[in-house]
Design a protein around this ligand. Sequence first.
Ligand SMILES: [Zn+2]
Length: 299
Amino acid sequence: MAMMSSAPTINGAAKARPEMADLVPGIANALSQLVRRIVAPNPGLMTGPGTNTYLIGIDEVAVIDPGPDDAKHVEAIIGAAMSERIKWVVLTHTHPDHWPAAKAIVARTGAMLCAMAAPPKADKFDLRVDRFIADGDLIDGTEWGLRVVHTPGHAPNHACLYLEEERSIFTGDHVLNGTTTVVSPKRGGDMAAYMESVRRLKAMRRLTRLLPAHGDVIDAPYEKLDEYLKHRAAREREILKLLGGGPLRIRALTSEIYPDLVEGLVEMARNQVHAQLVKLRAEGKVAGTTFTAIWKLSG
Ligand SMILES: [Zn+2]
């Protein structure tokens, strides 16, 4: 699970994305000396053009987010890397559009499966992890190093992976291109943690690029991170303003905030609003209990 558009513009955002024309499934695209990208054939409302699988290195290869268990996609990954060179399969998190291909790749290459601990039950993650990674860990290839940056929020066990040699960072679903990350309490999402994790990336110095799990490369990292922070702050203000008019349920709030949402995204948007309300409640600004409850301003 990944994303949806930031909103009233969702219909337009879901359709035309000319800048992503090169995101063709099955073709390995060289993005830099060390990085190749293969898009998985799982486009959709929640996955954009499809999950981006990244291959790091040539001599020893790490595969980040192998994606869905699709035979052609697995072939494309193994074919691009030469199987014996794949030493690691690394998951940014365990949502089901990111990991199922790991099983076939690990079985065929003997690669080490690396992921953060404690996958949420809803992810139905059932693979054996060879190495549990934690914040600050280094995955150490002959030509490169990938540093683990724990970024909870979209998922509690979400990690970004910082490629030291290029000062670029693989952002998984933490930061996406063209759309906004879903933070759903039903999937372990936490908006306060999420905002903190966006600020954490922003505090990293001299980042050159963000490489998201969905959508194209982001060449202006700090602009994008600022945009994310501003977007969330604007949503919060909107929610507070709407509740200023009187108590509301999440359904009503959501249809005010996202009036033109396509049917397939309504539930996600409601979860997103819920996540924002939970954060505002922790800050003492609103009162309310559950997803179906009536929410109001505090005090
Ligand atoms: Zn996800």
